[in-house]
Ligand binder design. Structure first.
Ligand SMILES: [Zn+2]
Ligand SMILES: [Zn+2]
Ligand SMILES: [Zn+2]
Length: 80
């Protein structure tokens, strides 16, 4: 069992991730990590829905600001 550094609740390895910057652990949901919208210079193709996008939603560490993962806003597909 892991303990989330944001909400203090427990979770399993599947539902959580560790920040590569500060090594804290968070739930993989918006409430426990930071959110930032980013605009790309070049289009990226989403691996989930195949659409090209220039706008991504980035999830960042709420403590140190390290990048955790990016996702396609329209479908929720993960683009790293
Ligand atoms: Zn949490
Ligand atoms: Zn961090
Ligand atoms: Zn998509």
């Amino acid at each position: 069992m892991l303990i989330c550094d944001t909400c203090g609740k427990t979770g399993d390895a599947e539902s959580m991730m560790r920040c590569s910057g500060c090594k804290r652990i968070f739930h993989k949901n918006v409430k426990c990590v930071g959110v930032r919208e980013i605009k790309l210079k070049e289009e990226k193709r989403c691996p989930m829905c195949g659409q090209k996008t220039k706008k991504l939603n980035e999830r960042i560490c709420p403590f140190c600001g390290e990048h955790l993962w990016s996702l396609h806003i329209d479908c929720g597909g993960i683009i790293t």
